[in-house]
Design a protein around this ligand. Structure first.
Ligand code: MOS
Length: 719
């Protein structure tokens, strides 16, 4: 039996818009990624990882490696130059603490499997790799613990992670209809197509240039400057194109420090590209998280209480914390909510943020539990959500800046054909496959940070916009171009957007779904001010959208520019600002083999105005695909005996491929948020994924009557 032709739906006519301004450069190979630069005299570094998980290096023999052809240096903790400004985490475990200790080759300690013990630098990559194979280490081995948490008893409370209660503690226990269940998600890896890579080049002792995969050129500049005690202005960070990151490039990692100190040692530029297996230990991951939800309601579906406990893993040397329990505090109007979050230190690398960090984890548990409750109550899952619809922020009573999630429910239900869903599970057998429908929703803070943009109108009528943001793939330049073109009344092909360069005007990292709201808000403000400058030149009677080139010529000016810093005004802080989404899925499950085929996906986002329809659509499609991976495939498997990942490559760590992806429809409420910025645009990167894994788990239950509470939902769990 074949499912419907697997295609991504054609771009709907209502979503006409500018195609990616960098699309041609990317598909023709003209776009240069960090590893593709070639400064004169470049050398190549390869890391050697530990074969044990915990202990110390007893001996390390680098003689053979040093004698191998082309080798310039072999760095170990015994001979490594010290990094003068090693950082310690300021508030360990604080969710916003972006960098902890970034030590490498600092001492003999082994803290996780594949911990770097040496770095070989040679004149070619192949020679470096060969020499790396000659480095021999022996270890004093200690017993390791890589077993993920089974409850919160062994955990510690991270910064700000105390138990909290709104209303009465554990009130769900006294509700007429209730449930208590445990949910787990495994370690999941960002696995962007582009490997993490850095090229480091020193000019003398105090000037450094890096081409680096990073989500924030200026944040990286600041961290590197601190680590090497350099002035900010003497560190240049370039990251013109980034081939996906999903959170893995939000901080400086030890391999970046290694390349920089290596370049100093050999006095030549050093390139270091992580191997795919290294990507599983060197740049973070979504942490394994155990969760338990107690939930109770009245017989007519009013939530009485939710208790949400979570324990996520972290490393032994750094506290990583996120917010898996936050969704339970904020998504529904529930009077009594108790949350408790802990982290458990293991002999593993430190996790990090991954698309929908915390919320994607929490929404899997919360939205699965709510679905379970809907069957107990015999109330339709959408209706149950509407009964408990939050009209104001349930945590602090603040009004929302905008919320049209109810409209999103309605749009999505219609589009997926929710009427075809059978309320009884395992009751819809069609052509030998069990058919089921499910839904899951989510929210994520709609942030607008501070950003500066320089807008320059040239004599040729071309507008150049400059700001130090990175673009990890969502199409930032395209969205910014559209905002500027609209505000100035010029054609998008008259806009040049420059970014990915730490010397440009100040901009934050690309993270937390904040770029369109933040940088877009600043682009808008800069264009507005530039236009006013032109209007002043023209004087009274100037047209709304003047011929900018002509005005410059008439006034004998080569160009006109403004630099504007902009951020959320104080008015905005009176509101709770969130982006919302709901995912609907139709799945087919084979009763004999347990194979799950996602047949159709509809995602509706309530993220304010849509400034760039095509890239917004692909953002939603990409998030939905990530959610399919999270629901059905992704799982980093550790062999507990050795503390080592056994599927640390893209053949064994499964992600969805084209054949796994059905028709995905992205829909937008597309109503402006009046508070966040002039365009009314909120973020959508995280909400594109949050809620998707529950939507699939819920559809699998509707299809089979089997509730899978531990991701991923692989066939063995269904037969
Ligand atoms: Mo995102 S996890 O802020 O890249």
């Amino acid at each position: 039996m074949m499912m419907e032709e697997a295609t991504i739906s054609a771009i709907p006519t209502s979503a006409e818009g500018l195609s990616r301004i960098d699309g041609r450069a990317k598909v023709t190979g003209a776009a240069k990624y960090s590893a593709e630069y070639k400064p004169d005299g470049m050398t190549y570094a390869v890391l050697v990882g530990s074969t044990i998980t915990k202990g110390t290096i007893a001996t390390i023999d680098i003689k053979a490696a040093e004698k191998a052809p082309g080798v310039l240096a072999v760095v170990t903790y015994l001979n490594s130059p010290k990094v003068p400004g090693h950082q310690k985490a300021k508030n360990p475990g604080k969710p916003e603490a972006k960098s902890g200790p970034i030590k490498i080759f600092d001492d003999s300690k082994i803290l996780y499997n594949n911990h770097p013990v040496a770095m070989v630098i040679a004149d070619t990559f192949e020679r470096a790799q060969y020499a790396a194979s000659l480095v021999k280490a022996t270890y004093n081995k200690e017993a390791h613990d890589t077993h993920p948490p089974e409850d919160i008893s062994k955990g510690k409370e991270p910064w700000g992670g105390k138990e909290t209660t709104r209303g009465t503690k554990d009130a769900w226990q006294n509700a007429p209809v209730k449930l208590e269940q445990e949910y787990t998600i495994p370690n999941e890896f960002h696995n962007p197509m582009e490997l993490h890579a850095i090229i480091a080049k020193w000019d003398g002792d105090d000037k450094l240039t890096v081409w680096d995969k990073t989500q924030g050129v200026q944040a990286t500049r600041g961290d590197i400057a601190k680590a090497f005690k350099l002035k900010n202005e003497n560190v240049q960070v370039n990251s013109k194109f980034v081939g996906g990151a999903f959170g893995s490039a939000l901080q400086v990692w030890p391999h970046e420090i290694a390349a920089i100190l290596g370049a100093k040692l050999v006095n030549r530029p050093v390139k270091l590209v992580l191997s795919r297996p290294d990507m599983f230990t060197a740049v973070g991951y979504r942490p394994y998280t155990w969760q338990k939800i107690g939930m109770g309601a009245t017989a007519d579906g009013k939530l009485v209480g939710i208790t949400h406990q979570a324990a996520g893993q972290t490393s032994s040397y750094e506290d990583f914390a996120e917010g898996p329990v936050n969704t339970s505090k904020g998504l529904y109007a529930c009077p009594n909510v108790t949350t408790h979050y802990k982290i458990v230190s293991l002999d593993v690398g430190t996790p990090t943020w991954m698309r929908g960090p915390g919320e994607a984890t929490g929404a899997f548990a919360l939205e699965s539990a709510l679905d379970e409750l809907s069957y107990k109550l015999k109330i339709d899952p959408i209706k149950l959500r509407l009964i408990n619809y939050a009209k104001v922020d349930p945590e602090d009573g603040k009004p929302y800046s905008s919320k049209y999630l109810d409209e999103a429910y309605e749009m999505g239900a219609k589009q997926i054909g929710w009427d075809n869903r059978k309320a009884e599970p395992a009751a819809n057998l069609h052509n030998g496959w069990l058919v089921g429908y499910g839904m899951g929703g989510g929210m994520f803070g709609a942030y607008r940070d501070k950003a500066s943009v320089k807008a320059i109108m040239g004599a040729n009528g071309m507008l150049t916009l400059q700001t130090a943001v990175s673009d990890i793939g969502p199409g930032t330049g395209t969205a910014m171009t559209l905002i500027a073109a609209k505000e100035l009344g010029i054609s998008p092909d008259k806009v040049i957007f420059e970014m990915g360069d730490s010397s440009l005007p100040e901009a934050p990292m690309q993270g937390g779904s904040a770029t369109t709201a933040t940088v877009g808000g600043a682009v808008y403000d800069a264009c507005r001010d530039l236009k006013q400058k032109f209007q002043k030149l023209i004087g009274n009677g100037g047209s709304d959208n003047p011929d900018y080139a002509k005005v410059l010529k008439d006034n004998n000016l080569p160009s006109l520019d403004v630099t504007v810093q902009s951020s959320l005004g104080s008015e905005g802080r009176k509101y709770s600002m969130q982006s919302w989404s709901v995912h609907f899925t139709k799945v087919l499950v084979h009763p004999t083999t347990g194979v799950v085929k996602v047949d159709k996906v509809v995602c509706v986002a309530d993220s304010g105005s849509i400034v760039s329809p095509k890239t917004a659509r692909s953002q939603i499609v990409g998030g939905a695909i990530g959610g399919i991976g999270m629901a059905l495939m992704e799982e980093g498997v550790i062999d507990q005996r050795y503390g080592r990942y056994v599927n640390n490559n893209l053949a064994d760590y499964h992600v969805p491929v084209n054949a796994d992806i059905p028709q995905i429809e992205a829909m937008f409420v597309n109503k402006p948020d009046p508070q966040i910025n002039a365009m009314g645009a909120k973020g959508m990167g995280e909400i594109a994924l949050i809620g998707m894994s529950a939507a699939i788990a819920n559809a699998v239950y509707n299809s089979t009557g089997k509730r899978v509470r531990d991701l991923p939902i692989t066939p063995d769990k269904l037969i």
